[in-house]
Design a protein around this ligand. Sequence first.
Ligand code: SF4
Length: 182
Amino acid sequence: MVKIVDAPEGYEGQGFFATSFDKVIGLARANSLWPLPFATSCCGIEFMATMGATYDLARFGSERMSFSPRQSDLLIVAGTISKKLGPVLKQVYDQMAEPKWVLSVGACASSGGIFDTYSVLQGIDHVIPVDVYVPGCPPRPEQIIEGVLKIQELAKNESLRRRDSPEYKKMLESYNIETVDK
Ligand code: SF4
């Protein structure tokens, strides 16, 4: 069954519909998120299930996995991230074009999980900014879908100017991520 998303708020009359540019762009972005799965361990398997026929992430316009950072806008980090892998994750994030979002799936990605050890990063937000955290060890596919829906909400309601704002640039700078002035 094809699901048509709801139209954004606007003005409607006979033969016309008018709304703001922000809302149209937000609607398009939210319903065509292209995920880059950065899956390292068990949570990655849950993500595979999320992509399968039973849960079917394609229902939300996100069936197109991208293993190229430049063609994706949703970084899904699922699994344990070692400190050695941190710079690699950061480079992948750097290579993604704006606007981009990050979903941290599971306890390991979000906080190091049960691995409070010398070698494991205690949360990916030590190296990149995270938009939504999904709790659980592992989270069920329903929870991962809930996380994607939360990202959709952020994408839908984001101002087109947010990424150019001083606050956003300051946040990236706090992660030592270079910002480009247009
Ligand atoms: S949170 Fe649990 S299930 Fe997920 S990667 Fe860590 S140990 Fe595995």
